[in-house]
Ligand binder design. Structure first.
Ligand code: GDP
Ligand code: IMO
Ligand code: MG
Length: 431
């Protein structure tokens, strides 16, 4: 029985939360393998809107066991705030399971995120300021605090002391900030230990046992392919691996157990934060997409930068993630635009590229080469089959499928769970 992975194919906010929610009724476990509360997923169920950050969107489906995997960095106050908000709206959260190996985002990580951005000045990444980068730095640097450390006060103290020896040098001498006290950090973390305890298990055992029993596990990647620290537009990336391979590492599920790798693709392109974006529109069409698509970050309230669809990026994402299926979202946002440019190549200093350029410098210089398809003006939000779409909308979808080299198995025509065209079932036949 299969594990399925959902991955953002662009720069995030493609609608991964909605895609998870769509499958939610038919899967048993949903695990978040990477990232932290830098993510923001909006899910609309029967007109009711939910905003998720640290919790996987699967928490909204009553029969799903939601899991925070070992690859996640957990901000404890943010976690319990989210749990309380959901509980107050009638969503049961006691099923939540959290990996003992997940790392903790400590207050000094958030401070360091903010001061580092300020220090970078013009070269700032435009992070969400949630301490994600510094927490992953400590994980890789072997100075991190893990969830399990909260259950051993003396170990926790030793680890915090080790981390602060370095952090306080940085904070005081480089960034001109006050030093952080060991007690302040350990006491702050320990106050969550007892609330955390019932949720913490060996999640890799839990998930692999579930697969052995024939249950379906969905891995819901946060962020996206081009924010991946290895495959993204480095250094304008996040500090985890939001690609399909990273989902294996971040949940402890082996690659041979994955049946489907599903890429979530917006019908145009958006990006929050700094970094190159060849098809970005700084004209009225950019504003149009931003307004009609409500392109404002869930997490930080920043407007998302908007641009036309980039088929080179998607082909690259198909390759990196071994996508078996794509879910195309927000097609309805394109309704009413008379002509729809699709980027089919880059001109880099007079040289034509049909694949992502090898170097970041070339990507920064990439000028999109467009092919233009005619648009449509009919309302498509009621479409439930491809045949319900106007001819030009169908042609757009078919052309994107052809350029991606991967089948489009579902198309989003509105934010609600119900506003979806299903072309191919996203779950293996047996479900
Ligand atoms: P995620 O981070 O990938 O889960 O995506 P976000 O939730 O940050 O951003 C996607 C936004 O688009 C959310 O507000 C969704 O409610 C909305 N959305 C998802 N699919 C569709 C769709 O097909 N049409 C429209 N109009 N909105 C959609
Ligand atoms: P979801 O899961 C869009 C971006 C930030 C910044 C860069 C690094 O909702 O798609 P970080 O705080 O992670 O160190 O910031 O990554 N970023 C996202 N952009 N959607 C997200 O998540 C993002 N998570 C991080 O804007 O450019
Ligand atoms: Mg988002």
């Amino acid at each position: 029985m299969p594990a399925i992975v959902i991955v953002g194919a662009q720069w995030g906010d493609e609608g991964k939360g909605k895609a998870t929610d769509l499958l939610g009724e038919r899967v048993d476990y949903v695990v978040k393998p990477n990232g932290g509360n830098n993510a923001g997923h909006t899910v609309v169920v029967g007109g009711e809107k939910f905003e998720l950050k640290l919790l996987p969107a699967g928490i909204l489906s009553p029969q799903v066991t939601p899991v925070i995997g070992n690859g996640v960095v957990v901000n404890l106050p943010a976690l319990f705030e989210e749990i309380e908000t959901l509980a107050s709206r009638g969503v049961a959260t006691d099923r939540l399971r959290i990996s003992a190996n997940a790392h903790v985002v400590a207050p000094y990580h958030q401070t360091l995120d903010k001061v580092t951005e300020r220090f970078l000045g013009k070269r700032a990444i435009g992070t969400t300021g949630r301490g994600i980068g510094p927490a992953y730095m400590d994980k890789a640097g072997r100075l991190g605090i893990r969830v399990q450390d909260l259950f051993d006060a003396s170990i926790l103290r030793q680890k915090v002391e080790g981390a602060l020896r370095q952090k306080n040098e940085l904070l005081v001498k480089l960034y001109n900030r006050r030093a952080v006290e060991i007690d302040e950090i350990t006491d702050g973390l320990l106050q969550y230990a007892e609330r955390l305890r019932p949720h913490v298990v060996d999640t890799t055992l839990l998930l692999n046992d579930a697969l052995d029993r024939g249950e379906v596990v969905l891995m819901e990647g946060g962020q996206a392919t081009f924010l991946d620290v290895d495959h993204g537009t480095y250094p304008f990336v996040t500090s985890s691996n939001p690609t399909a391979g990273g989902a294996c590492t971040g949940s402890g599920i082996g690659p041979t157990r994955i049946d489907r790798s599903i890429g979530i693709v917006k019908a145009y392109t958006t990006r929050v934060g700094a970094g190159p974006f060849p098809t970005e529109l700084e004209d009225e069409w950019g504003e149009h997409l931003q307004r009609v698509g409500h392109e404002v970050g869930v997490n930080t309230g920043r407007p998302r930068r908007c641009g036309w669809y980039d088929s080179l990026m998607i082909r690259h994402a198909v390759r990196i993630n071994g996508f078996t299926d794509l879910v195309l979202t927000k097609l309805d946002v394109l309704t009413g635009i008379p002509e729809l440019p699709i980027c089919v190549g880059y001109d880099v200093d007079g040289v034509r590229h049909d694949t992502m350029p090898m170097t970041q410098t070339e990507f920064h210089h990439a000028v999109p080469v467009y092919e233009t398809l005619p648009g449509w003006s009919e309302d498509i939000s009621g479409a439930r089959r491809l045949e319900d779409l106007p001819t030009n909308a169908r042609r757009y979808v078919e052309r994107l499928e052809e350029l991606a080299g991967c089948r489009i198995s579902a198309v989003g025509v509105g934010p609600d769970r119900a506003d979806t065209i299903t072309v191919h079932d996203l779950l293996p036949e047996s479900r």
